[in-house]
Design a protein around this ligand. Structure first.
Ligand code: C2E
Ligand code: MG
Ligand code: MG
Ligand code: MG
Length: 286
């Protein structure tokens, strides 16, 4: 296609590619420095159950502390993955998150800690040991930890993925599929893999309550999940109408800016100590 614009287009392409490469290498080096200097931190975005009327867990999200501002994972996670730096970063997140989750208020059932695991981490030989070690060091009940993987991760090598999942289940942790619905042939995974929860991708929550497709998709996921006894979490919920639609469709677990963004541990602890504004506990905690 570039050829139709003449010979010089190739040069423009090359310059752009070169710039992108230089930028990537620069960020990769900065990530290395950040690891060495301890410039990563973990924030937590809580998850609320509208049926129970209480918080049910929180997701660990890595952040990069820079002099001017905090960078969200979405701004650097790709480079971390491409460079392999996600492995040490992921180990840090896992350990820190397990430590922090031990300080969360006790309740029954206990608050779930959700931790994201990239394809590379999932495929690395040390993952299961890292998880078991982190739980042991922190004294966190394995049943309180839920690892989130994407469908794409499971697609890479179904056989190995299944083995890894079975080993993780043997450790006692839960498993969730993140960004559910965005991958290829999602539903088949629920049959193949020992999955405890699915997180419906934000892109399907965005159109609620008006988009017919989104309503149909969420309904289908909820039906299937109910039959298979899998939890459904809606992510990226920003508006009350979305929340109301989800509640009407029988999806109770809600995560999104409507209730809370990602928070530092101390703010999270305050937040977890009472229901969000306008929400009341519907069942007294046992
Ligand atoms: P994710 O696991 O699907 O996380 C949800 C992302 O959506 C987060 O972005 C979160 O801050 C953002 N978000 C939450 N609520 C809302 C909302 O109401 N509206 C909108 N527009 N966005 C919302 P973040 O933190 O930039 O993370 C992006 C992705 O990076 C995550 O997607 C996850 O796949 C990955 N990630 C984050 N932390 C880690 C980590 O510690 N390890 C690994 N391997 N991946 C991570
Ligand atoms: Mg996630
Ligand atoms: Mg997600
Ligand atoms: Mg997502």
């Amino acid at each position: 296609r570039a050829a139709t614009y003449g010979r010089h287009q190739y040069e423009v392409f090359d310059i752009d590619q070169h710039r992108a490469l230089v930028e990537r290498l620069r960020m990769e080096q900065a990530l290395r420095d950040a690891l060495a200097h301890g410039d990563f931190l973990v924030q937590y975005q809580p998850e609320f159950d509208v049926h129970l009327g209480r918080w049910v867990g929180a997701e660990a999200l890595v952040r990069w502390r820079q002099p001017e501002r905090l960078l969200a994972a979405g701004e650097f996670i790709d480079v971390a993955e491409q460079s392999g730096l996600i492995l040490p970063i992921g180990r840090y997140v896992l350990l820190q998150a397990c430590r922090d989750a031990c300080e969360w208020p006790a309740q029954h059932p206990p608050l779930t800690l959700r931790v994201n695991v990239s394809a590379q981490q999932f495929e690395a030989p040390g993952l299961v040991d890292d998880v078991a070690t982190a739980l042991e060091i922190c004294g966190l009940d394995p049943g309180r930890l839920c690892l989130e993987v994407t469908e794409t991760t499971l697609m890479h090598d179904t056989h190995d993925a299944l083995r890894t999942m079975e080993r993780l289940k043997a450790v006692g942790v839960e498993l969730a599929v993140d960004d559910f619905g965005t991958g290829y042939s999602s539903l088949a995974y629920l049959k193949t893999f020992p999955i405890d929860a699915v997180k419906v991708d934000r892109s399907f929550i965005a159109g609620l309550p008006d988009e017919r497709f989104d309503v149909a998709l969420v309904t289908a996921i909820r039906e299937l999940a109910r039959a298979l006894e899998i939890d459904v979490v809606a992510e990226g919920v920003e508006r009350t109408e979305q929340r109301d639609a989800l509640r009407a469709l029988g999806v109770c677990r809600i995560q999104g800016w409507l209730y809370a963004p990602s928070l530092d541990q101390d703010v999270l602890l305050e937040t977890l100590s009472r229901p969000p504004v306008g929400e009341r506990p519907r069942h007294a905690p046992h």
